[in-house]
Design a protein around this ligand. Structure first.
Ligand SMILES: [Zn+2]
Length: 93
């Protein structure tokens, strides 16, 4: 079973970073990891923060279910506790 390295650096939106919103959208553009609240964000570095993924497990252990999510796929859920729904994304280029 694939497991996350808790020191893996990932992107979170500022809402997830400050704990005001749960993670409901996980995407892997170009193989990076993005953990987002699902709202619209400015396409700007100031809307995102970089954290160690281990910090996200503390608030939401179900994120570890996504350790095998492949690049250019995303996973979505309505709210915490619901099943992650995976979809393949077409690369932008
Ligand atoms: Zn957000």
């Amino acid at each position: 079973m694939i497991q996350f390295d808790p020191h893996q650096k990932v992107y979170v939106c500022t809402h997830v970073f400050d704990g005001s919103q749960p993670v409901t959208l996980v995407s892997r553009p170009d193989g990076d990891w993005c953990f987002l609240c699902g709202s619209e964000h400015e396409d700007d570095a100031s809307s995102y923060r970089v954290v160690g993924i281990g910090h996200l497990f503390d608030t939401d252990p179900t994120i570890q279910d996504l350790s095998d999510l492949e690049p250019n796929w995303e996973a979505e859920r309505q709210r915490p506790g619901q099943t992650w729904l995976r979809t393949r994304c077409e690369p932008n280029n």
